[in-house]
Structures are given as structure tokens and as C-alpha cells.
Design a protein around this ligand. Structure first.
Ligand SMILES: *Cc1c(COP(=O)(O)O)cnc(C)c1O
Length: 219
């Protein structure tokens, strides 16, 4: 199957209201253009430098999402163009995004990343940290960021019940947050291996890489 065929097959599966982020990390521009020509406009990358280079080289109507863990000193390189930052998990990072966005007179939409997996290697906030962030005066004073939703990654396991439970947990946090912040509309959960489950549990945005572009080759 070609990239185009994979993309169309997945798009046909997604219910209305679920946005597809085509995760193009490590993939060449030619692959991205193949998906672009098939109509895809939203792409996800996990390294700021790689995303910035692709932004410079590829059509300007592509929406670039930063889905990886962001180092604060890299925010300045993407502040001009990034459409959505999925992995925000500290007030310090949010402050830096706010500061850099101000330089471009932008409001950058952000998702707060929640820690929902059993593994402790994965990034993200717990409920206490989420509360502390939302209650802080510094957060309330920020003018150049907007929290539009939550992101999470489930445990990497073949145990469907476990994965489903973790997604359902994130969905419940999302529902509560939505009561407080009406601009919260995006729930980013689900990757190639678990997006069907994520959608069943309420995802509104799936981040799919290998099922579109094929396996990644890191060396
Ligand atoms: C790489 C990555 C994905 C996509 O993974 P696939 O299994 O290839 O679909 C999704 N989300 C994040 C945060 C990633 O780093």
C-alpha cells in the first residue's frame, strides 16, 4: 500500500470530529508531499529542529504540530509557525512559550500532557500538578498561550483493558477541565497501535505515524 492508500484508508475509518495528525518524524519531504497531495494538511513532528527545517522547505499551508517533549531553549525556533504544541507539562515551559509567542504577536494553542500510563518513563502532569498549574497566578496572567485541550499516551502493552482504562481516565479529566475552561475542545490520544480504542473512549485527535508512512528507521 502507498502512503496515499494508507492515508485514505485511515481517514475513512475516522468518525466526524476526529482530526488526523499525520506523524512524519524521521520521514523525508517526498513522503510528506505524497500525503499532502492526497489532501493531508496536519503533520506532527517530535523534534523542533526537524520540524523547522520541514516548515521552511514544504508548502506553507501545512499545519505543524509539535507532539514530542519540548526543551525550553528550542521554543524560540518554532514560535513563529507552530499550530499546536501537544506536550506541555510544566509551568516553566508554558512561560517560555508565552514569551516567545509574544515576540511574534501570536497566541499559541497548547495541550497539557497528562501522565496516564503505568510506565514512569513517560512525560506528563498528574492531577495535583495540573491543579497547581491552573491555579497559579503566573498561568492566569499569560496572554500569548491558550490551553485548548489535553494529550496523553497509554502504556505500551497488548492488554486492551489497560489501554482502554487509561484513555477513559484521561477523558474524565478532560470532561472536568471542559467545565472550567470552555476553550478546551481537543483530546489528543491514540497512535497507530491504539487509535481505535482511543476513539471509542472519546479522542478528538489521533496522532498516526507508522500506519501511514510505514515503520521508522532510526539508526
Ligand atoms: C511517534 C509518535 C506518534 C506516532 O506513533 P505511531 O505508532 O507511529 O503511530 C504519536 N504520538 C507521539 C507523541 C509520538 O512521538
Amino acid at each position: 500500500m502507498s502512503i496515499k492508500d494508507n492515508l485514505i484508508a485511515i481517514k475513512n475509518e475516522l468518525p466526524e470530529g476526529v482530526t488526523l495528525v499525520a506523524v512524519s518524524k524521521t520521514k523525508p519531504n517526498a513522503d510528506i508531499l505524497e500525503a499532502y497531495e492526497a489532501g493531508q494538511r496536519v503533520f506532527g513532528e517530535n523534534k523542533v529542529q526537524e520540524m523547522t527545517q520541514k516548515w521552511e522547505e514544504l508548502p506553507k499551508d501545512i499545519e505543524w504540530h509539535m507532539i514530542g517533549h519540548v526543551q525550553r531553549n528550542k521554543v524560540k525556533y518554532m514560535a513563529e509557525f507552530v499550530s499546536l504544541i501537544h506536550g506541555v507539562d510544566s509551568l516553566k515551559l508554558l512561560k517560555e512559550i508565552d514569551k516567545q509567542a509574544d515576540k511574534y504577536d501570536r497566541v499559541i494553542p497548547c495541550l497539557l500532557q497528562m501522565h496516564i500510563a503505568e510506565e514512569d518513563t513517560k512525560f506528563g502532569l498528574d492531577n495535583t500538578e495540573l491543579e497547581a498549574l491552573l491555579q497559579s497566578e503566573e498561568f492566569k496572567a499569560m496572554k500569548n498561550i491558550k490551553i485548548v485541550g489535553l494529550m496523553g499516551m497509554a502504556t505500551f502493552t497488548s492488554d486492551e483493558n489497560q489501554v482502554r482504562k487509561e484513555f477513559a481516565h484521561l477523558k474524565s479529566i478532560f470532561n472536568e477541565l471542559q467545565q472550567r475552561l470552555p476553550e478546551v475542545t481537543i483530546l489528543s490520544m491514540g497512535m497507530s497501535g491504539d487509535y481505535q480504542l482511543a476513539i471509542e473512549e472519546g479522542s478528538t485527535m489521533v496522532r498516526i505515524g507508522s500506519s501511514i508512512f510505514g515503520a521508522r528507521n532510526y539508526q
